[in-house]
Design a protein around this ligand. Structure first.
Ligand code: TPP
Ligand code: MG
Length: 257
């Protein structure tokens, strides 16, 4: 919405807004209309936040994947419903403080063992292309969009986008924190085709999860005087370690996956 405040638009191509819940279905319809009009060369890109993608529009998106509709769907994941006031989404990581997962009670912040991993769910639909990307390496993002646009059928790119207000960090740290998410292993960068991982970006300088968590006030309740207050930091570290193992992120050189 911020790119198109009436009567202006920053898009120099045709665009339309859908409802929150039906973005993927609307994109499917546009692609079908273009096909029917004999203009299959017109490509359709659909964009949504993590709330719109992982929760509210999830059913329509799964349908779009399942039918292998010719649409590239891009999710900008800032890990909560940010423009309505930082409510938890199913992309909010464990322990994170949001307006609806306050840092109080027996398990402060977002509950462990909840949420969903949309890139892996997209892969489970066996669609032609799935990728994750971040804001710290724009060449990587560009290459993945270019690759996605060279393919037909349902494609999905999941971009981790730090939210200074929601994550509790200065705006000028956006790229740094985005890089820490990747270099700690907490957010793996990879590509997959037809459900199989085909590439992943190795971590150049592996960093402890503390570097990522301590940079954000949404995780401040996990530490006292810079030291973890309980075992939850270790659980988050274990999640990063599991990503590193699963996506082979610490290899010395490129190897076949
Ligand atoms: C069906 C529906 N439910 C709820 C809303 C209210 N709403 C508007 S924006 C928003 C949050 C969006 O979160 P996300 O998709 O993650 O985007 P962000 O603001 O974080 O970029 C919500 C809940 C709505 N517009 N439509
Ligand atoms: Mg969001």
């Amino acid at each position: 919405m911020f790119t198109t405040p009436y009567p202006e638009t920053s898009w120099q191509i045709p665009w339309l807004h859908s409802l929150f819940g039906n973005a993927a279905a609307v994109a499917t319809g546009v692609a079908a209309a273009m096909r029917r009009k004999g203009k299959p060369e017109i490509r359709v890109v659909c964009q949504g936040g993590d709330g719109g993608t992982t929760d509210i529009g999830f059913g329509c998106l799964s349908g779009m994947f399942e039918r292998n509709d010719d649409v590239l769907y891009i999710c900008y994941d800032n890990q909560a419903y940010m423009n309505t006031g930082i409510q938890r989404s199913s992309a909010t990581p464990p322990a994170a403080r949001t307006a609806t997962t306050q840092a109080v009670g027996a398990e402060p912040g977002n509950v462990f063992g909840t949420g969903k991993n949309l890139p892996l769910i997209a892969m489970a639909h066996n669609i032609p292309y799935v990728a994750t990307a971040g804001v710290a390496d724009l060449r990587d993002l560009e290459a993945k969009v270019t690759r996605a646009m060279s393919i037909h059928g349902a494609r999905y790119i999941h971009v981790l986008v730090p939210c200074p207000l929601g994550w509790g960090m200065p705006s000028h740290d956006t790229v740094r924190v985005g890089r820490l998410a990747v270099e700690s292993g907490f957010f793996p960068l990879f590509e997959a085709e037809h459900g199989v991982v085909t590439a992943s970006t190795p971590i150049r300088h592996r960093l402890p999860i503390d570097d990522y968590l301590l940079a954000q006030r949404r995780f401040a309740h996990l530490y006292h005087d810079g030291k973890p207050v309980d075992g939850r930091v270790a659980r988050l570290q274990a999640m990063a370690d599991e990503n590193i193992r699963r996506f082979n992120l610490l290899r010395a050189e490129e190897t076949e996956l």
